[in-house]
Design a protein around this ligand. Sequence first.
Ligand code: GLN
Length: 534
Amino acid sequence: MSATKYIFVTGGVTSSLGKGIISASLAKLLQARGYSVTIQKLDPYINVDPGTLNPYEHGECYVTEDGAETDLDLGHYERFINLHTTQANNVTTGRIYQTVINKERRGDYLGKTVQVIPHITDEIKRNIKLLGKKFNYDVVITEIGGTVGDIESLPYIEAVRQLKWELGSQNSLFVHLTLVPYLSASGELKTKPTQHSVKMMLENGIQPDVLVLRTEHPLNMDIRKKVALFCNVNIESVVQSIDVSTIYEVPLLMKEEKLDVTVLKKLGLAENEEPKLELWKQFINKLKNPKKEITVGLIGKYVELPDSYKSIMESMVHAGSVNQCKVNIRCIHSEKIDKSNVAEQLKGVQGIIVAPGFGQRGIEGKITAVNYVRNNNIPFLGICLGMQCAVIEFARNVLGLNDADSTEMSRTTTNPVIDIMEEQKGVTEKGGTMRLGAYPCDITKDTKVFDIYKQEHIQERHRHRYEFNNDYYDKFKKAGMLPVGLNPDTGLVEIVEIPEHRWFIGVQFHPEYKSTVVNPHPLFVDFVKEICKE
Ligand code: GLN
């Protein structure tokens, strides 16, 4: 196939309609029909990347193999299509402006006035086309963050309007997602918000090709016809997206609605064979027919917003499906845990995950929780800060180093068992300066972790500034907390385990970023498997 085809996904009426899931589902269907596809997210905020954002703002920051700190939608993309994304898959207004301003400072614009049109819109278009050009995808799906009508989305809408004409109508397509609300008082589904939203698109020069309508109730033919008539699309281009119990069902629903067929037709692409979705269906089947049920505690300080731990939650869904087990996650606020109530707080929980995080707040609650599960032989998985807490707890209560701490929390501790990494010492800027992305790790044979991974050399993704302090290496080893995963180049400790314990593993990296539907992460799978044995 010659030219890359571009699909632009926009949203109207309200935010949080699930553009990311629809984009990922469409990508999944096209991929299952044999096309190479990627998905890109354009975010209209001025932060250069979401790395500096508090999780309360937009949920988790997702990290790619190449070390980009990105929007959590990229996590959905990877979990659905099982392919790595890169920095090029997430572009923000901040990044666009930064590039344009840097060019201006270099004198690249030769004395011209630098403006939103054409300079900002050109930079947006360059970023969209870049993916297709660089990796030669058959289809690039670009999701535009925000809602049509927002001031900040305007340059993006204008850029894709221009692109449609440059690429030609057979090479590009607009999918617009809206909401059809249900008025319970009159028992009616209302199409007016959709009509208005399409009108707003038209004011910006864009006629959507396909409309995906989010709804709580099935749309009958009359409603579909009405939307088609008022929004200038044919009836096959009105697609229902009804609420479902799991996001992983959305690709199957979109298939029923023939979204993939409609899109392929409009882009002049062959339907090829029926989508291969056997593994996907098996996954859902197991997920929906659990034979067991367990409860896992997730200890973190951003638990008010479960999106803060999106990838961990989804990894547990994947692991639940593999084990045909319904996994209930009980989010427990680390600030609410202390020595006097830890038993009460963790009552009924069969295993715990201590979440990643930054800063002092809530840290003592996490350490107390680790202490409780270590002493009571309850399965434990510590992720990044969670592993660091496990190391601090062990140092304080087993090695007898009472003031053991991380230098992130206490600069003056005489036992910095977790310390700033050498390469981080001179770093003053906050954005994009952590140890980020995939690094190799060698696993020691004859350990639980080796049994789980079944390989010696792994690669996992990181996002941190602090590390296990190797000055204490021998002390920990002797006392029974074993460093069992090391970075082969630097000797940094990436995994610890306590062989005496039923299941106690801490990892400096983030396994949750790599768990996908067809490749569930072995650590989560084994963690759930262990608890299911009860
Ligand atoms: N705050 C810790 C560090 O920077 C842990 C980071 C994390 O949990 N992602 O090392």
